[in-house]
Write a protein that binds this ligand. Structure first.
Ligand SMILES: Nc1ncnc2c1ncn2[C@@H]1O[C@H](COP(=O)(O)OP(=O)(O)OP(=O)(O)O)[C@@H](O)[C@H]1O
Length: 298
């Protein structure tokens, strides 16, 4: 079992932005989802775990090693797929993987070739291995990103917003790949897509303005709202009145009509309908309301 122990991490950038504020949690093997709106601090936390930046205070231990005191030891066991992978050189996927493998210290050619071949099969890129990576579709690039992250047999993989811009089929394929990988190592998935976390992750945390609001098992968190979510379709002009009188956690347009979800321990009014809560309801019920909430966290 691998263990990542994050203790009281804070990060303030030189311009004074406080991106992380006293973040603590322990992550073990499996898929861990980090959910939060734009600017919540997800990438800052990912980059700190990946040792690409140091925290202003606090520490992170991976299997007992302090990762910022021993970055080299930790980097060997770590794979990172950043939000922006950058510019791809005009060389084939197989050549690029060999190149990255050498940078990761896989110096024995035979061992490297075996890994590259196995990863190209695992990510379904074998038949495209001779194509230049810059000609790949978005989904293929992301799968290539996972292949390079897995080179060197890491014990922890960090993927930052990996499904942004993928079509539904590519997204499905990519997430299946991640969940298989997550059986044996730690996979940390940062996203603002709630469904991805609910479907894949055994544990998750919600980050809001640099702080962890809650962490736990997604199904348990959702279950804690059982019997407390109510739905009603209303004329959109009446929304302000409902906001005044009820705890409206989210609104969505359904066939041109406004549907609201409210949170209440008892049926709020005769024409509200009880609904089974989902992770979106949980998210909106816990994140402080700064502006009107809409379904979908983009
Ligand atoms: N290098 C930096 N210098 C200064 N401020 C930064 C830097 N990187 C991020 N920030 C700021 O820190 C806060 C957290 O940003 P971060 O990118 O970690 O959030 P995020 O949850 O990953 O958001 P997104 O989903 O938009 O990527 C934001 O206010 C952002 O503008």
């Amino acid at each position: 079992m691998n263990t990542l122990h994050i203790q009281s991490i804070s990060k303030t950038y030189p311009n004074g932005t406080k991106a992380l504020n006293d973040v603590s949690m322990t992550i073990e093997n499996g898929m861990f989802g980090l959910l939060g709106a734009n600017g919540a601090g997800k990438s800052s936390l990912m980059r700190t775990i990946a040792t690409l930046q140091s925290p202003s205070s606090g520490s992170i231990h991976f299997n007992g090693d302090d990762i910022h005191s021993n970055p080299d030891t930790v980097r060997k066991g770590l794979g990172y797929l950043p939000q922006e992978f950058g510019v791809y050189p005009k060389i084939s996927a197989v050549e690029l993987l060999h190149h990255i493998g050498v940078l990761k210290g896989l110096l024995k050619k035979k061992e490297r070739s075996d890994q590259v071949e196995q990863l190209l099969h695992q990510t379904n890129l074998w038949e495209h291995r001779k194509k230049h990576v810059h000609t790949y579709s978005g989904g293929m690039r992301q799968r290539f990103g996972i292949a390079q992250a897995l080179l060197g047999d890491p014990k922890i993989i960090i993927v930052d917003e990996p499904t942004a811009g993928l079509d539904p089929e590519e997204r499905h394929r990519f997430l299946n790949l991640l969940s298989k990988i997550g059986e044996n190592i730690i996979v940390i998935l940062s996203t603002h897509i709630v469904a991805d976390i609910y479907n894949l992750c055994s544990n998750m945390a919600i980050l809001d303005r640099g702080s962890i609001l809650i962490h736990g098992n997604p199904a348990d968190l959702v279950e804690s709202l059982d019997g407390q979510i109510w739905r009603k379709t209303i004329p959109s002009g009446e929304l302000p009145r409902y906001r005044e009188n009820y705890d409206v956690i989210s609104t969505r347009l359904v066939a041109g009509e406004t549907q609201i979800h409210i949170k209440a321990k008892h049926v709020p009014d005769i024409d509200f309908e009880a609904v089974s809560p989902n992770l979106e309801d949980f998210y909106f019920s816990i994140v402080p309301k700064t502006e009107p909430q809409t379904m979908g966290l983009s």
